[in-house]
Design a protein. Structure first.
Length: 199
């Protein structure tokens, strides 16, 4: 855990170094609607999570929740139109702060491009992803059955798709023998644990 927090702290510095020195231009704002489910705060985000109003809105909201004692939070990204490096840095910042306070941050309803960004930046291993809201809420209760997002399967299909650009990921996956798929899956698992995107 300490090693992961150091990695997150380093990522925070890297992501915010550029944004702190850049001038901020007002862009379409990020709308945040707050609700609660079984004591867990859910923030529904709508709009761009990018340099400008988007990252500032979330950077202000997360510390405010933390100060009020709310440290278990789900971010619903279903209606987030765009995430850039500054927006991703804001998520990393929130994750680090909540974990240090003994809480957690779960991410819900990421689309393919968003998830690819987490893979490209090697941050997929740091976050918890969910496709279903109830599953995300259940993750905060140790006695409940969990169904986290199968990011390994996503990476596997993503990697398979690069084998043959003229073939869909599903079709190319069917070409591989069970032995090769098993080896690839083990390699992908090791890469994710190390925090690296597969080459």
């Amino acid at each position: 855990m300490a090693r992961l927090l150091r990695y997150i702290d380093q990522a925070v510095c890297e992501f915010f170094q550029e944004s702190e020195s850049a001038s901020r231009e007002v862009t379409m704002s990020l709308h945040i609607e707050q609700r609660e489910r079984e004591g867990i705060i859910i923030l529904d985000l709508k709009g761009p999570l990018t340099l400008g109003h988007g990252d500032l809105e979330l950077r202000d909201r997360l510390p405010a929740l933390h100060q009020s004692g709310k440290v278990n939070i789900v971010l619903n990204l279903k209606d987030v139109s765009e995430i850039d490096s500054t927006g991703l840095g804001t998520l990393v910042f929130g994750l680090a702060r909540l974990r240090k306070a003994g809480g957690r941050l779960a991410l819900l309803n990421l689309n393919r491009s968003h998830l690819e960004l987490f893979l490209l930046t090697r941050l997929a291993i740091a976050f918890e992803f969910f496709e279903d809201e109830q599953d995300a809420v259940n993750s905060f209760f140790p006695d409940r059955v969990l169904k986290p997002y199968d990011i390994l399967r996503f990476v596997e299909h993503y990697d398979d798709g690069k084998l043959d650009h003229g073939t869909s990921s599903e079709a190319s996956a069917n070409i591989l023998s069970p032995e090769v798929r098993s080896q690839k899956r083990a390699t992908l698992a090791r890469n994710l644990v190390r925090g690296f995107r597969p080459s």
